[in-house]
Design a protein around this ligand. Sequence first.
Ligand SMILES: Nc1ncnc2c1ncn2[C@@H]1O[C@H](COP(=O)(O)OP(=O)(O)OP(=O)(O)O)[C@@H](O)[C@H]1O
Ligand SMILES: [Mg+2]
Length: 510
Amino acid sequence: MKTIDDSAILSALLEAALDAIIISDHTGRIVRLNDSAATLFGYLAAEMEGQHVRMIMTDDMASRHDAFMRHHVETGEKRIIGIGREVVGRRADGTVFPLHISVGRAVIADATMFVAIMHDQTSKQIAEEAAIRSNRMDAIGQMTGGIAHDFNNLLAVVIGNLELLEMSEQTARNRPLIADALAAAELGADLTSRLVVFSRNSSLEAEVVSLNDSVTQTLAMLKRIIGAHITIDAELADDLWPTRADSTQLQTAVLNLILNAQEAMPNGGRIFLETRNMLLDDSYVAQDTGVEKGRYVRVSISDNGEGMSDETRQRALEPFFTTKASGSGTGLGLSMVYGMVKHSGGHLAIYSEVGEGTTINLYFPALEAGDEQQDVDATYEDALRGFGAGKVILIVEDDPRVMRLSNTRLEGLGFKCLTATTADAAWTILKDRSDIALVFTDLIMPGSLSGHDLAQRIAEQKPGVRVLMTSGFSEGVLRGGRISAEFAILRKPYRQADLVQALRTALQDV
Ligand SMILES: Nc1ncnc2c1ncn2[C@@H]1O[C@H](COP(=O)(O)OP(=O)(O)OP(=O)(O)O)[C@@H](O)[C@H]1O
Ligand SMILES: [Mg+2]
């Protein structure tokens, strides 16, 4: 057998490893690393070599590391060596992320070296958090379901007896008292029935429905209730796949969402309803946690109202969670919608920005199966490697996770990427360069410039540069406001194929 020299094997090993590998000496200096390690931390390998490992640690981790090293050098005790553990890492852009690390010790040419093998735990953590949330909702569901069931029975007795009393009551003085008691008991019954929907104990009359019909009927019903300060528009796909749901509850759900939207816009605004067929693939599922792959029909209800804070968004689906003054809201609206969607085998996703608005997406599984489309997509993507042909794209995005995803996707398509985390920073980059073909910007950005301001400034001062905006809000609600029609908007979350299509249009004849 031909002998292969050890250093070639070492290089191959480092190259081939999917996990990040960093070799450091006893002072903590990085002696060698693989490309996976550089990519994981957002550096070039050359930028890390020779540096102290502190560069990839949070301050807290770094001081623990130093203390361990001192202890180890003094006593020879191997506290973390040989045991894997969960720590946090720090990327070049300052963001921190969960990491699994295992460290081994080796002596190379009389010097003690440490070999660290690291694995990104971000997606595992997201999945765990989603599971905890969903377990929590299940537990609340079981409890409320039990209470609601018993209360329903008690209320049935109260209502029945009050009705008998009302019929037999002769004195005019007692009639209003009975009427009040009846009204309150009926309100109670209404509440418990909504709780039952949330807890998924009710028997849903699942039938094959056209979501468009349900939305249209709800809209007709609402015309009188919605104030004149609110405009409602709808864009309903005409080739919508059929789905299975309880049509009465579906209408109640849409009604609840529209009322919430109206309540979020006390000074008026726009509500936009949209139905669409959606094919959710891996790239999509990566952006919207809690959604599984497959074919869905999506109903989106958007408003340009006050939006939700992070805390509100996290808790909005819980029964009895409300930000309304006590006595004016039950906090059961969204939990009822959530229960109904889950019961239909679907998903509910909230997208919201404070001061900008909210989009609630309901996904219902489409009835007919079929995966021919997915195969088409795969070959389509294959054919598109190199589509970017080295053109330079400036990505403007404040969410580091979305930024990384966009960066990876666009580079995969053959673009060269520059990045900026605010529109102001993007403009500083743009001003002095002439090689940027397109700016791909999030619409809502921190700082003095929004994505839309940036787009307008580019149109005025850098007309050669194309702009593609992206937003979690549906176009319908944005267009009615201040967003001019001259810029294309790609709706988040989007599939790779949607991104390519939008880029192709934006880059036409460049
Ligand atoms: N479109 C929206 N825009 C902003 N915040 C919203 C929106 N929809 C819901 N929320 C927030 O979520 C909370 C819970 O909504 P939910 O519909 O469950 O209860 P509610 O509207 O407060 O009460 P009820 O529906 O019983 O009148 C609201 O109090 C509000 O803070
Ligand atoms: Mg509500």
